[in-house]
Design a protein around this ligand. Structure first.
Ligand code: BTN
Length: 265
């Protein structure tokens, strides 16, 4: 499962491990290229990898996004998957994507000195451009929750031409937006530390995560359109981070997942 490490990977791992608490545990890998770090982590999870295991990659050839989409993952981005083993029912981990967005935002704040906005439910943005996407995947066995993989892709130092033309107006990297570009080991360590905190605090610290999410969520207080064309006013955030939408007929719709396009887009 952990195998021998090529020399490039050795130095990346050394840079990361030296910034993490000694004896932290969990498997740690950082190869040059994988299909999808989430797919690798799901395989590890099935083989019994411990909670807190992490895989990073310099690029992905089959990066996966939410709603069955692909996630373009060229060099310059940081691609990370983290394994959690919460002792909860599958329904109990509903808000984890939003929790992860808060954790990544905190890591960027600590490591790079800026705090991005969150577009419900899982996009981290700066000046309306997507810097980071999050894909959380639950693994079930016999209906019970076995583990959850938190997958994070950050556009750190990606040049604009690496994105396909249709994404260039929407996605951007820290470098392209003039934001501080951290050393890769520093950012990786900040993310792992922030996710370790999340794993220790989930689900008890829900109020703090929700409060922070509310304060930086760019979707709240705006009119949005759903994929079926329904328009609504994003009036609030539910206990489980669902989006509370006031529809034109006055009724309230609770959106647990999916997509809500802001009218600015
Ligand atoms: C989205 O914006 O739709 C979510 C994108 C999630 C991408 C990350 S990159 C690391 C991990 N591995 C994957 O294949 N996907 C996630």
């Amino acid at each position: 499962m952990t195998g021998p490490e090529p020399s490039g990977e050795k130095s990346r791992l050394a840079a990361l491990a030296s910034r993490l608490p000694e004896g932290r545990g969990g498997f740690l890998r950082w190869p040059e290229e994988v299909g999808s770090t989430n797919t690798v982590m799901k395989e590890w999870a099935g083989q019994g990898a411990p909670a807190g295991s992490v895989i990073l990659a310099e690029r992905q050839t089959g990066g996966r996004g939410r709603l069955g989409r692909s996630f373009v993952s060229p060099p310059g981005g940081l691609y990370l998957s983290y394994l959690m083993r919460p002792r909860l029912s599958p329904e109990g981990v509903g808000g984890l994507t939003a929790w992860t967005a808060v954790a990544v935002r905190r890591a960027l704040g600590r490591c790079c000195g800026f705090l991005p906005e969150i577009k419900w439910v899982n996009d981290l943005e700066w000046q309306g451009r997507k810097l980071c996407g999050i894909l959380c995947e639950s693994l079930l066995r016999g209906g019970a929750l076995e583990s959850v993989v938190l997958g994070i892709g950050i556009n750190v130092d990606t040049s604009p031409e690496e994105f396909p033309p249709e994404l260039r107006r929407r996605a951007a990297s820290l470098r392209a937006l003039g934001l501080p570009v951290p050393a890769r080991g520093d950012l990786a360590a900040a993310l792992v530390r922030s996710l370790d905190d999340l794993a220790a605090e989930f689900p008890l610290a829900g109020d703090a995560y929700r409060e922070e999410y509310r304060a930086c969520c760019v979707t709240l207080g705006k009119t949005v359109t759903l994929p079926d064309g329904t328009e609504g006013f994003a009036e609030g955030l539910g206990e489980d981070f669902s989006l509370l939408l006031r529809l034109p007929d006055g009724s309230l719709r609770k959106l647990r997942s999916g997509e809500a396009t802001l009218h600015r887009e």
